[in-house]
Design a protein around this ligand. Structure first.
Ligand code: LMG
Ligand code: NDP
Ligand code: PMR
Length: 399
């Protein structure tokens, strides 16, 4: 009861291991989530907004974000508009969900050429048409992230076009919550980590030089993360929890033959593999920042756009889940965000001239204002990020 009441509150909720609390949670498990030693602290939105700017170190904090309305996409200043050429942005997985909504939001400004990097060319073309994107604002190009050859081919094709690359958005993902056995990419990596992390890792490493060469006023590499990979949140504590362990499975090639198909070396679990892949996405963004921000001026960022409960991401989940999940997120957790509003958020991270800070994981509060969010201990572990980078380099053939 107390828990449900807390979930229903529109203000931010922090559950702290220690410290002052207003609401105690019962000694109970929620889908296996142990909350016995956790206490809930409800804060007013005012207090919260004062706090977020400070980026305090809050180890062991569990936080639920809520948001329901759309942000405004700030445009470049009018004087800049006159002289600025159209920006070129690549969005992977722009054929549905968040990627498509972002492409649409950017296309509507008329200031961007969107390269929709998709595995299904026809689906992407139809999707762009279905949301009313004008032909002159987008180009569909083939990219299958589950094949490293395809990633390399995509980069070659892109370079042949000779257009500068200003922003890269790594958005595509697969989620296999009901799979009993792992499936694999062309090179034999477990599919979720292979697609969501390794495919994007190779793509962004290859395009780094292109981004560096861009003469646009800002250049950005954005990798979509998620709350469910962050164990400092309630959502991140719904089992199975993300955990990369000592990366022994990844180091062994993630092929399920002579090594585990899971990064931590454990038994296959599709939901965990997805969450692990999101941790990889957030660690990769930070490692890029540490290695390249200063020398290149590129802004590296990640984000949690809100719970977009209606997208194709849940296509493999059981029908009952797909039916109940949107109302659950809308009315109970209040973490729900529409595809359109989520698209505006990601479009903001792409194009808002003020969001230049690098190394940041963006989230939105209930008034749809963006703020720098705190990552979990694992998702901000610099040593793990370095190790992940080095192993990933070997797996994709860069080292
Ligand atoms: C697991 O599936 C897979 O088995 C596992 O392999 C892995 O993939 C994992 O993390 C991924 O998922 C679990 C899955 C299947 O679903 C759930 O865990 C339920 C998730 C969300 C659905 C909750 C529905 C809550 C009911 C609310 C209905 C909407 C009402 C809106 C109206 C509001 C009016 C103001 O299992 C199912 O899909 C079966 C679902 C059975 C639901 C049982 C009820 C769950 C209670 C949830 C507690 C949340 C807080 C209390 C709220 C209770 C409200 C009833
Ligand atoms: P969708 O399933 O709607 O979109 C995923 C996209 O990725 C699709 O366009 C899909 O292509 C594409 N894709 C999948 N595999 C490949 C591949 N091998 N090569 C190229 N493209 C591929 O899901 P969402 O829009 O929800 O997901 C977008 C991003 O948002 C993901 O990174 C996800 O982790 C993140 N996210 C989503 C949340 C949510 O609540 N939905 C919450 C937090 C983060 P196709 O159309 O051909 O299937
Ligand atoms: Mg979760 C504050 C609460 C909150 C938020 C913001 C999310 C987001 N979820 C919350 C709470 C809960 N979820 C609770 C209390 C439960 C138990 C009933 C719960 C369950 C749940 C399931 C079974 N949630 C899920 C699933 C999925 O299969 C989704 C998933 O984990 O995909 C990897 C999911 C999600 N919840 C979210 C978000 C954003 C997801 C979607 C996917 C993602 O991270 O990209």
């Amino acid at each position: 009861m107390a828990f449900q009441a807390a979930l229903s509150l529109p203000s931010a909720i922090s559950i702290l291991k220690e410290g002052k609390s207003n609401i105690s949670l019962k000694e109970t498990g929620l889908f296996g989530v142990s909350v016995s030693d956790l206490k809930a602290e409800i804060k007013s939105p005012l207090l919260r907004s004062q706090e977020v700017g400070k980026r305090k170190l809050q180890v062991g904090t569990i936080r639920a974000q809520t948001a329901t309305t759309a942000p405004a996409i700030k445009q470049a200043a009018p004087e800049a508009k006159k002289t600025l050429r159209k920006g070129n942005v690549i969005i992977t997985g722009a054929s549905s969900g968040l990627g498509l909504a972002t492409a649409k939001a950017l296309a509507e400004t008329g200031q961007w050429n969107i390269i929709m990097a998709c595995r299904n060319f026809l689906k992407a073309e139809r999707a762009a048409k279905s949301v009313g994107m004008a032909k002159e604002n987008y180009t569909v190009m083939h990219l299958d992230l589950a094949s490293l050859d395809s990633v390399r081919q995509f980069v070659d094709n892109l370079r042949r076009r000779d257009t500068p690359i200003d922003v890269l958005v790594c958005n595509a993902a697969v989620y296999q919550p009901t799979a009993k056995e792992p499936s694999f990419t062309a090179e034999g990596f477990e599919l979720s980590v292979g697609t969501n992390h390794l495919g994007h890792f190779l793509l962004s490493r290859l395009l780094l030089d292109d981004l560096k060469q861009s003469d646009y006023p800002f250049k950005r590499l954005i990798i979509v993360g998620s709350i469910t990979g962050n164990t400092n949140t309630l959502a991140g504590n719904v089992p199975p929890k993300a955990n990369l362990g000592d990366l022994r499975g990844l180091g062994g090639g993630l092929n399920g033959l002579n090594s585990s198909s899971m990064i931590d070396g454990g038994d296959f679990d599709g939901a965990k593999a997805y969450k692990d892949s999101k941790v990889c996405n957030m660690l990769t963004m930070q490692e890029f920042h540490r290695r390249y921000h200063e020398e290149s001026g590129i802004t590296f960022a990640s984000l949690y756009p809100g719970c977009i409960a209606t997208t194709g991401l849940f296509r493999e989940h059981i029908p009952l889940f797909r039916l109940l999940f949107p109302p659950f997120q809308k009315y109970i957790t209040k973490g729900y965000v529409s595809e359109e509003d989520a698209g505006k958020r990601l479009a903001q991270v792409v194009s808002d001239p003020s969001l230049t800070k690098s190394g940041v994981y963006w989230s939105w509060n209930k008034d749809s204002a963006s703020f720098e969010n705190q990552l979990s201990k694992e998702a901000s572990d610099a040593e793990k990020a370095r190790k992940l980078w080095e192993i990933s380099e070997k797996l994709v053939g860069l080292a």
